[in-house]
Each structure stands twice: as structure tokens, then as C-alpha cells.
Design a protein around this ligand. Sequence first.
Ligand code: UDX
Length: 433
Amino acid sequence: MKLAMIGSGYVGLVSGACFADFGHEVVCVDKDPRKISMLLAGEIPIFEPGLDALVARGIAAGNLSFSGDLAESVKDADAVFIAVGTPSRRGDGHADLSYVYAAAREVAEAITGFTVIVNKSTVPVGTGDEVERIIRDANPDAAFAVVSNPEFLREGAAIDDFKRPDRVVIGGNDPQGLAVMREVYRPLALGRSPVIEMSRRGAELTKYAGNAFLATKITFINEIADLCEKVGADVQEVARGIGLDNRIGGKFLHAGPGFGGSCFPKDTLALLKTAQDNEAPQRIVEAVVAVNDQRKRAMGRKVIHALGGDVRGKTVAVLGLTFKPNTDDMRDSPAIAVIQTLQDAGATIRAFDPEGMEQAAKVLTDVEYCNDAYSTMPDADALVIVTEWDAFRALDLKRVKDLLKQPVLVDLRNIYPRDIVEAQGFAYSAVGR
Ligand code: UDX
């Protein structure tokens, strides 16, 4: 099939490269000429493990290309995927759909012959109807169908999530459109991934409900962790104890400093807006958003408490800035609130992150960025682990202790065993343990 991917960011570039790897002919389109020229030079504008090799393979095979010309890329495509950003609109949390609508208008003017327009961006329920109206208005004679095909890609695992998804969701009721989509996803359907079809609105809501449920699961274990600290239980034991119930499942039960990223915070807010607009309040998700927002600064206060309640004039070494490992993404990272809380209380911050420092420098000022983990530590009053990069899981604790002014370790991701750390003479604080 000939596919066009509008938007070459986290979703569009991964999806396009994977579709090309299946053997489809793919053109990834982007408005940003800098991004297109980087991609044409074989450089990847985002950090996603394995993506550089996948893109190189597609270019070498000749069925993956990049273009800034949307009309040219779309005109004889069987399916056009809209994978542009839908950021939270400043202030009210509604998803900003202006990029989606602009893409729809441009696509409408360029399509020739029957074309499926696929909303892959995360869009509020009903957006597909609006996209359909826009296209019909812009090109009344166009033969097309609009379907919803939400992505469930985790940053840092996006390629594997695309190639081995738990399910592919296709929302729409146009027979011709569904036939094209079955052909697009045939390589996956042959494998073990169910390709399920439902209404377009059902598919749109599935994306939000899925992310909101995962955010709820994380927030649930985070609050249980707070209770564990009070009653002297270990949240990792409790998480394992409940997670073995296959109705609960053990994933997404790692207590930590709260969820961040480009999806959970944005999608939970957008779901709340849809709920309000349709007078179906989602009170559990409202609580999840409120609890998670408070938690990040509370983690900064946990560090202050570990340092005796006052960090004025003290130096704190921070390991990990990105919202999770294996990404360079700082969007809504808990590290931002943790560091700002410490700075507000008068602490000096030294920080290291394997991939996120360039992005971090755009949002975190007055931080001393260091070249590696250990160079954050000399004479620091505490070491804080905020993101569980593999590089931080086996630090030489004796060396850490010699470098720090005092052996205080705050492990916000529970990646160290308390007994081993305390045996080395550290004062150890964790989450829920
Ligand atoms: C998420 C969804 O997993 C994915 O399906 C969707 O398409 C996009 O949003 P992503 O945001 O990339 O993916 O990261 P994810 O691995 O889901 O983690 C989200 C946040 O939750 C991170 O801040 C992570 O640190 C946190 N988290 C995750 C926890 O605190 N505990 C957990 O057990 C799991």
C-alpha cells in the first residue's frame, strides 16, 4: 500500500518507519524543513532506541521517504495518517486540534481517488466527525473515509509496541475504508495481535480511557505507598501481592514520584474536558490529576525532610531528569517539580541524565549539568535518584559515599535494596518502603 504520514514526530516517524518495515511504501511529511533535511540525511530528530536503524533500513530499501510537500505526498496514497501534535491548549486543558484540522484541510485539497484519512493523533471523541466535515467542505467531490486508529506506543519502547501491540484498534464504519485498513495492518493480523474494529467514537474514547486507567493505576499504588510508609509496610511487596491477581496484573504498579510524559498528563486533562462538555463527570480521573500534581512537589519535600528539614545553602546531586528512562523527553517530568521545590528552599542542584540534559536545560535554569553520575556528587549533601535509568542501578556505593559530604540517598524509584544501602552506612529514603 502507499501510505502518507502527516507529522514526523514521536508517533508519525515510528509508525511510518514500522509500516515501511512491513513492506508498505511510506512518505513521512513534516512542515519543519529542518526536521525533513535531518531525516533525509539519516539523522533522527528524536531519541527512540532502534529508530535510527529502522529509518536507515527503510531508506536503503527505498520504501521510506521524507517530504515537506504534503500535496505531492498525499495525492496517490491509499491511506493518509494524521499524526500531528495535539498539545494541551494553554490554560484550559482542551486538546489543541488546530494542527489536525489544518492537516485535514490540506489533505482534502490534495487527494485523488478513494483515500482513507486516518486519525492517529490522540483526539477527543467526535474529532473524526469534524475532520469528515472539513474534508467534505474543502473537497465536495472527494471519495474518502475517515477512521480512527489510536496509537498505544510507549516512548522508549515505541518500535516494539508498534510491531507487537496488544491490539490494533480501528474505528469507523465505511466498508471500503475498513477494507483498506485491514490491508494496511495485515502484516500484524497474521501475527498474534488482534485487529479489532469498532465505532469511530469508540476508538477515540478507547485511547483516552486506556491512558486514564493506566494513570489511575499508577496513582493508586502511589497513594498506597504513602500509607505503607506510615504503617511500616513495603509497597513493592504489596504491589507484588496484588499484582499476581490476574484481574489486576503486575504492570504499572511501580510507586514513584508521579507520572509525567507527553501523554498521561495531557490525555487525562482532555478526558476531563470531554466529560464536562458531555455532563458525565469522571470523578476518579479528577482525583488522579489532582493527586499526581501534588505528588511531584511532595517528593521535593521528601528530600528536604531527608536532609533534616532545611536545605538552604546545601547541594543536592540529582540523577535522572527525563520523565522515564530511554527517552530524552522532559515533558511534565517529575524532576522539574522536585528540583524547583529544592531550589525554592535554597538548595543548589547538580544533575546528570544520559539523554535528557539538552531538553532539561530549556526548562530548568540554575542547575549545574554534569558529564556523568559521579561528577554530580563531590561534597553534595544528598544524592537523589529521580529517573530509573539503567546507568543508575549499580552505582559503586563505596565511591558514592566517599564523594558525598554525608551519606544520604533518596531513591524516588525504589531501585536500591534498603538493607544493602544501609549496610554501607547510608541514610536511605525511598517511596513506600
Ligand atoms: C504512555 C502509555 O503507556 C502508552 O500506551 C501511550 O500510547 C502513551 O502514554 P509513555 O507516556 O511513553 O506511554 O510512558 P509510560 O511508560 O506509560 O510511563 C508514563 C509515566 O508513568 C512515566 O512518568 C512513568 O515514570 C510513570 N510510571 C509508569 C510509574 O510511575 N509507574 C509505573 O509503574 C509505570
